[in-house]
Write a protein that binds this ligand. Structure first.
Ligand SMILES: [Zn+2]
Length: 72
């Protein structure tokens, strides 16, 4: 097991969220990366390792997760 640390930023601000959605998706439909429920409303985006990866998450999945990191 290595000790590489990964920066994780959790974004819940709606304005920032909209900007990220435009960048990572087509800006219209985003599906929760965790449960894949297309009906679920996206409630936050988890930016992993300087935006190399971004996970969109619905409210239900966010509640299920526990984060260590910065909540914006
Ligand atoms: Zn979900």
């Amino acid at each position: 097991m290595d000790n590489d640390l990964v920066d994780v930023v959790f974004v819940r601000d709606t304005a920032a969220l909209a900007a990220i959605c435009t960048e990572v998706g087509d800006g219209t439909l985003l599906v929760c990366n965790s449960c894949g429920d297309i009906e679920a409303l996206i409630a936050g985006v988890l930016i992993i390792d300087d935006a190399k990866e971004a996970w969109v998450l619905c409210a239900a999945c966010i509640r299920k997760l526990s984060f260590e990191g910065t909540v914006v």
